[in-house]
Design a protein around this ligand. Structure first.
Ligand SMILES: [Zn+2]
Ligand SMILES: [Zn+2]
Length: 421
């Protein structure tokens, strides 16, 4: 048989319910903070990602699914959401009436990473982006919103890692300092890092190669290079988090894998799945809107990795499919026909129904109802139809009620309501 493509995954029914639950929790929480949803396509022009994420990044150099479009354009399956949302913000002039926009999106991203446990080439993210607010309180509010969202899902062991990458001015001094340190140690660095020292020495700070990590451990810290404005901005972010009781750790190595971040960057990590790993991350990208051809508008946002988040939620709760409220144990042609009609009418009332159309004994049908976790079973046989009453069995108490067929939908609905299902 044909199997699914390596590095991709199916999300099966029980798990899909957890996905829905997580998505709904995000919608509810984000909308409390004034966010509204935006949906952008999964395909964009390759140039959009090259210009935003940065040419020297692993994503753009190695991981994008790129293919020819019409004429000379190259197209790419989006490896992240922010670039697309910024493009839409500019293209539709979402800043025209009011530059402040708070947008969220939920959907799949694509990166050609080496397939390994828990990492997929199609993965899903929940993204939130805020445009037009430079205040550090917005950064703190985003982090607050994110931690409350994860707390409500009972994700254990959460830790907020926080850093400031400064602005283009103060970061230049930091880049120089990094170059000075790294250029003397090229024999210990991987080839990617050696190549990137000149153009983008910050990349080295999040290289995963052990030799590079050792060298990075001795690197100077951005905190010592922040200009007065960036330092004040960062202090207000931390003061805001303190005021809301959000614990955090300063992490001077936190640069995130993208070029567009400025000032605040953060990650929410957990060690709940063994090794410590990030479930969400983000930061400020004050220059990106202008860099992509829009007005000079500050911005800040984050992405939540849904695949890992769902895994964490599933580790904490059993995955159950929603059981039917009414299971029809119907026996015989006439009974199937009547059950078929009643099931339709009950579903119109918002009641979950299931009919077994196979020719089986009542005993076998009851076993199946039990396995599905049905709350009630309606027993419909030829004798019941002749007597014009069917039996409604409450599975938990085993109490059985005779229900007149003429008024079946109303009576069953009443019984379900009474039992508090
Ligand atoms: Zn600065
Ligand atoms: Zn490296």
């Amino acid at each position: 048989m044909i199997q699914l493509v390596r590095g991709f995954r199916d999300i099966l029914p029980g798990e899909a319910m957890v996905w829905q639950q997580v998505e709904q929790a995000a919608r509810d929480r984000f909308e409390c903070f004034g966010f509204s949803e935006i949906r952008t396509p999964v395909i964009e022009q390759t140039a959009l990602f090259k210009r935003s994420i940065g040419e020297d990044t692993d994503i753009v150099e190695k991981e994008m699914y790129t293919f020819p479009g019409s004429k000379d354009t190259l197209l790419t399956l989006r490896p992240e959401a922010t670039a697309s949302v910024v493009r839409a913000y500019i293209q539709h002039k979402l800043y025209a009436a009011d530059p402040v926009r708070k947008l969220y999106s939920i959907g799949p991203m694509f990166r050609r990473e080496r397939p390994q446990k828990g990492r997929y080439r199609q993965f899903s993210q929940i993204n939130a982006e805020v445009f037009g607010i430079e205040s550090p309180y917005m950064d703190a509010q985003l982090i607050y919103m994110l931690t409350r969202f994860l707390d409500a899902l009972d994700v254990p062991g959460l830790r907020v890692h926080l850093n400031s990458l400064g602005c283009p001015e103060c970061r230049n001094g930091y880049r120089d300092a990094l170059r000075a340190v790294f250029s003397g140690k090229t024999d210990r660095l991987c080839s990617d890092c050696v190549r990137r020292i000149d153009r983008n020495p910050l990349r080295l700070l999040d290289c995963k190669v052990p030799g590079c990590r050792e060298v990075a451990a001795d690197a100077p810290s951005m905190a010592d290079f922040l200009c007065a404005d960036c330092d004040a901005h960062f202090k207000t972010v931390t003061a805001g988090l303190d005021a809301m009781g959000v614990a955090y750790e300063r992490d001077p190595r936190l640069v995130r894998g993208l070029d567009y971040y400025t000032r605040t960057t953060f990650e929410i990590q957990t060690d709940a799945l063994g090794a410590q790993s990030a479930v969400a991350g983000g930061g400020r990208y004050d220059g990106l809107v202008e860099q992509l051809g829009g007005p000079s508008v500050p911005a800040v946002g984050f992405a939540i990795g849904m695949d890992r988040l769902v895994e964490l939620v599933m580790a904490a709760q059993p995955v159950l499919l929603r059981p039917p409220a009414v299971f029809f144990a119907a026996m015989g042609a006439e009974a199937w026909k009547r059950a078929f009609q009643w099931a339709g009418e009950l579903s119109d009332q918002g009641i979950r129904v299931e009919i077994d159309f196979s020719e089986r004994s009542l005993k076998a049908l009851m076993r199946r109802a039990d396995r599905l976790g049905a709350q009630f079973v309606l027993i419909v046989g030829e004798r019941e139809l002749e007597e014009k009453t069917v039996s409604l069995r409450h599975m938990a108490t085993k109490a059985q009620t005779a229900v007149p067929v003429d008024n079946l939908v109303a009576v069953v609905k009443e019984k379900i309501w009474e039992s508090g299902v």
